[in-house]
Design a protein around this ligand. Structure first.
Ligand SMILES: C[S@@+](CC[C@H](N)C(=O)[O-])C[C@H]1O[C@@H](n2cnc3c(N)ncnc32)[C@H](O)[C@@H]1O
Length: 202
């Protein structure tokens, strides 16, 4: 997936050491981001916070949140990332609509990078964005996955486009990143573009 190249690149470019990811799944992106941070920092200074349903994921969530792959268990995700990277790993289990706001309200500092890639329904993405606000500072990079252009089939009415297009241009610098992945539908003309979006406070 070409669009994900932006995440490790941003970690390196901006020297991100406090990384928050909503939607851990199987730790693929988490690993890439932490490995990028390990190129300029030793592991004890890197802090990763991952939010997922983990064992609470089920088939009805899969449909509602367009989240069809089962995530690892919380313990497995914790062990895998800790053993692979040696960084400080915290995994939080539960619906991000509840867990993230509680965490952000008490965190007491700003994240360097936040990747919002949990549930794909419009209300969940809006909630995740609202929940992270206390940990978004002027230097925080927020990435959203799944800005669909020309959405067809299962992509219709999903993803972050509704939220992103509603953001105030004077309050936020929004960049729809150019390298995207393409998903073809049954009709050859039905091609959905899937982009990552970068948002910073102005
Ligand atoms: C697309 S996957 C994340 C992929 C991961 N960011 C990566 O790139 O490797 C979405 C994840 O979000 C989780 N998820 C879906 N809805 C959620 C919710 N309401 N609260 C917490 N996690 C949720 C799913 O369990 C799934 O693991």
């Amino acid at each position: 997936m070409v669009r994900y190249q932006y995440l490790p690149s941003a970690v390196k470019q901006y020297q991100c050491k406090i990384i928050v990811e909503i939607g851990v799944l199987r730790c693929k992106r988490a690993r890439r981001m932490i490995e990028a941070a390990l190129t300029f920092s030793s592991p004890e200074y890197i802090f990763y916070y991952g939010f997922d349903l983990f064992e609470l994921w089920n088939s009805s969530v899969a449909i509602k949140e367009q989240s069809t792959q089962a995530p690892l268990s919380q313990a497995k995700a914790q062990t895998v990332l800790t053993n692979l990277t040696g960084a400080n790993i915290t995994m939080v289990k539960g619906d991000s609509k509840k867990t993230v706001s509680k965490f952000a309200a008490h965190f007491g500092k700003y994240a360097d990078l936040i990747f919002i890639d949990g549930g794909h329904s419009v209300p969940t993405i809006a909630s995740d964005w609202k929940s992270v606000q206390p940990i978004v500072g002027l230097n925080t990079l927020v990435f959203f996955d799944d800005y669909y252009i020309n959405p067809h089939g299962r992509f219709k009415n999903k993803g972050c486009k509704t939220l992103i297009d509603s953001l105030s241009q004077s309050a936020f610098a929004v960049e729809v990143l150019p390298q995207c992945d393409l998903f073809k539908g049954d009709d050859p003309n039905d091609v959905t573009e899937d982009h990552l979006v970068k948002v910073r406070k102005r």
